[in-house]
Design a protein around this ligand. Structure first.
Ligand code: ASP
Ligand code: MG
Length: 801
């Protein structure tokens, strides 16, 4: 025999009620069933509202008619004239008196379940089933406590057993939830949501094989899905675990509801009548055996803090605090005390906060007067986040993550057995905190919220790479990449849930113009985004001005933009101070050598204490291409330059490449990596632009002076010895402290002489590598490889979470 309980929302007019009846029909053919209904839809609240209206002397009949129109809607055969009259009479009485007792209220509210079950019986009969309707007031006996009566278990059990002794196997038993009666046969109710309790009691009295609790949710979630979109359904829970969840604000089942099932080990399933195929959550005596893990939230609380030098080492203060509060019926949830005993903090329900302060001010009037207690503070802008289930590693994992996300933790409470941990935090951080913690515990996945600047070659290549690969990244690394903002110099699009394939179109058509960077920061805060990463693929100097603010806002930064690392040293070092203070990460592997793992290697060598003596290399893929071609062939310089322009290897004005400034900047970045405090002006750069063409002429003019260019480079080529080639090289000499960029002749047979295409090469000379440098060689330019490099930085950053 099974007991099926349906909640109000699963019984609303329309599809809901039809689904419920379908489920019942399906189960009824499998075996004997008992069904317990709540009041349908919002009926209990509506009855309560009618009662209030009547007590205020307001007109109630029009709403009462609406109420009954709703009740009779499912079938023309439903006739509730009697019930209508009874309720009308009750309300009239209340209206005359101008008030009502809890006893009257229970009598009225009972109609919700009575009407609902009569409806069920009627509709199931119409479907051809044998049905018996039972008013549970005949069976469930309670004490006198109207509104939340205590069930008298022995009598009720006897009544139930007796009554159903000769129940027919093919009859569907329809029993009202929520209501009972006291020994004077007055109607009582079992407290809000009491139908669940009715169902489990019935199951226990009759030794049911299971209880199906049909609701409008898919089961018990690891966190409230409204707060945590990634919350998952918990497949199974033990009774004890379910209890724990109920106690910590998870809206599963009231703790007392589970009790009747425990002794007889009757399983209960939480199922969704709107999604009957779902597996739901199974609660039984075993659970999953793994210990549940869930994150729950308690709101509307207040943090009370008592502080003062007089508390130091004094015995009995705590006792007085809690007995004073308990005398007045105020319960205290989370207590935390500094080990010096100079202060104590605890949580009470928000509605009790002021009262608690008054009580404590009275209790400690003398101490306050003597200035032994300096203050009793109340903070109502707090919430409690609890992690339930064995989570011994939780603290290590989540604490850092919360801090990195700028979540302030006021109190922390860890039960001795490690079964749950509670954190009191600022309510403004609640959503973010719950998501961060949830992400950590379930290790299911982490999420990076990306703010992307720049949609040029690299920028758009990156966005497309992310969109095309993120599913795979999710599968392999449990990492979600959410594109929250995409901005170029003109427009901005934002989406907390993430942008997709259509981003380009969206940016063009819906993009906000003349946006401010501050708006993006504000958006991230407003949406409580965790793990925010700014990705800068622009060449903008202005955006770099915002880096300190990004760090202050707890964002990490990944950039292909070099400006942050090549500006004056004062900026460079102050940015790093802020990053350190806020524990933020700034990655820029693509600043030098595009996707090649150069900066990381240098950093590692440097921190590991291997002294770097010299770095030498072909830093520019563009110039690599040009000189590799030029050295090999008999072609004139100009035609090779045009080639490079056509292939998109150069800047629109190739003089930016030929000036050597870009190589100079890269050299500076490497120098600063090994703690040299150089400025850009100190880099000695040999420009490759013929002197007469450097300033004061347009690009077109530049391109029109073919002969001058050819002659200038011809001179250099003619001066080469046999077996030599030209390479444009950057060189850093750490011993001498010099940074130099110049065109040099190198043997064709050397590593540097042998490079091809647009490859970059870097030779790193260190103490331990001696004369035989560490060489890093490969494609050092191009949008796709650079975007890959930026992508790697983003993934690397995710590893640090
Ligand atoms: N109808 C009652 C309520 O809304 C009992 C129940 O739904 O379980 O609280
Ligand atoms: Mg309900």
């Amino acid at each position: 025999m099974k007991v099926l309980k349906f909640g109000g929302k699963s019984l609303a007019n329309g599809d809901a009620l039809k689904n419920a009846l379908d489920i019942i029909s399906r189960e009824a053919v499998k075996g004997k069933i008992f069904i317990v209904f709540s009041a349908r839809g919002n009926s209990t609240n509506e009855l309560e509202a009618l009662l209030e209206a009547a007590a205020r002397g307001e007109e109630f009949r029009s709403n009462l008619k609406k109420f009954f129109a709703y009740q009779t809607f499912p079938s023309s055969a439903l006739d509730f004239k009697n019930e209508y009259q009874e309720i009308e009479q009750l309300l009239e009485g209340v209206s005359l008196l101008g008030e009502y007792s809890l006893k009257i209220k229970d009598r009225l509210l009972a109609y919700g379940e009575l009407l609902s079950c009569k409806t069920a019986a009627r509709l199931l009969a119409e479907r051809g089933f044998n049905v018996r309707f039972t008013d549970s007031r005949k069976l469930i006996k309670t004490d006198e406590k109207y509104g939340s009566a205590l069930v008298l278990l022995d009598i009720s059990e006897k009544n139930v057993k007796e009554y159903f002794k000769d129940a027919k196997p093919d009859t569907i038993e329809v029993v009202t939830g929520f209501i009972g009666s006291n020994l004077q046969n007055q109607t009582t109710t079992l407290g809000r949501n009491g139908s669940n309790y009715s169902a489990t009691l019935l199951a226990s009295f009759l030794d049911a094989e299971e209880v199906q609790n049909w609701t409008n949710v898919n089961g018990v979630y690891t966190a409230n899905p409204e707060l945590v979109p990634d919350a998952q359904i918990i497949q199974s829970l033990s009774y004890r675990e379910a209890n724990e969840l109920a106690n910590f604000g998870t809206n599963v089942l009231h703790a007392k509801t589970i009790l009747p099932l425990v002794e007889k080990k009757i399983p209960i399933k939480i199922l969704n009548s709107f999604n009957p195929e779902g597996s739901g959550t199974l609660i039984n005596d075993k659970g999953s055996g793994k210990g549940i893990k869930a994150v729950s939230v308690i709101r509307k609380v207040a943090l009370i803090g008592i502080e003062g030098r007089g508390l130091l080492g004094r015995v009995g203060i705590d006792g007085r605090i809690f007995s004073a509060l308990s005398r007045e019926g105020i319960s205290v949830r989370i207590i935390s005390q500094a080990s010096s005993e100079r202060g104590i903090g605890f949580i009470v329900d928000q509605e009790n906060a002021e009262k608690a302060r008054t009580i404590l001010s009275n209790e400690f009037a003398r101490e306050i007067e003597l200035l032994d207690i300096s203050e009793i503070g109340i903070n109502t802008d707090v919430a409690v986040v609890s992690v339930i289930g064995k989570n011994l590693n939780f603290l290590d994992q989540s604490y850092g993550a919360l801090r990195r996300n700028g979540v302030r933790i006021y109190l922390l409470n860890n039960t001795i057995n490690g079964e749950h941990i509670s954190l009191v935090i600022d309510v403004r951080d609640l959503k973010k905190a719950v998501n961060v913690i949830h992400g950590h515990i379930f290790g299911a996945f982490r999420k990076l919220n990306l703010l992307l600047f720049g949609k040029g070659n690299v920028g758009s290549a990156l966005i497309d790479q992310i969109i095309n690969t993120r599913e795979r990244v999710f599968e392999r690394r449990n990492l979600k990449l959410n594109l929250v903002a995409i901005a170029d110099s003109k427009r901005l699009v934002l989406s907390a849930n993430g942008l997709d394939k259509e981003w380009k179109q969206q940016l063009l058509t819906e993009g906000k113009q003349n946006y401010k960077v501050e708006e993006i920061i504000a958006f991230a805060k407003e949406h409580h985004l965790e793990n925010v990463v700014v990705v800068d693929n622009t060449a903008s100097k202005e955006l770099v001005d915002f880096y300190p603010l990004f760090a202050e806002s707890n964002f990490d930064i990944v950039a292909s933009n070099k400006h942050a690392n090549t500006r004056e040293y004062a900026f460079y070092s102050s940015l790093r101070k802020i990053l350190k203070k806020k524990q933020r990460t700034f990655l820029y592997e693509t600043n030098v050598g595009a996707g090649l793992p150069l900066i990381d290697t240098i950093k590692l060598l440097h921190v590991s204490g291997d002294r770097i003596q010299r770095i030498r290399g072909v830093f520019s893929g563009t110039l690599s291409y040009i000189f590799n071609q030029y050295s090999e062939s008999d072609r004139e310089f100009y035609s090779i330059l045009l080639d490079a322009v056509k292939k998109g290897f150069t800047e629109p004005d190739p003089r930016e490449d030929l000036s050597g400034n870009d190589v100079g900047r890269k050299l500076l970045i490497l120098a600063r990596e090994i703690d040299l405090k150089n400025e850009f002006e100190e880099v000695k750069i040999e420009s490759l632009i013929p002197p007469g063409m450097r300033n004061g002429i347009t690009v077109d003019e530049f391109f029109s002076r073919e002969q001058e260019l050819n002659d200038w480079f011809d001179k250099r080529k003619k001066a080469l010895n046999p077996g030599e080639v030209l390479r444009y090289v950057g060189e850093l000499d750490a011993e001498k402290g010099t940074l130099e960029v110049k065109l040099v002749a190198v043997p064709k047979e050397s590593t540097m002489g042998e490079i091809r295409g647009a490859d970059s090469i870097f030779e790193i000379y260190t103490e331990s590598y001696g004369d035989n440098p560490l060489v890093i060689l490969g494609a050092g330019a191009g949008a796709q490889v650079t975007a890959r490099g930026v992508y790697s930085d983003i993934l690397r950053l995710a590893e640090t979470l």
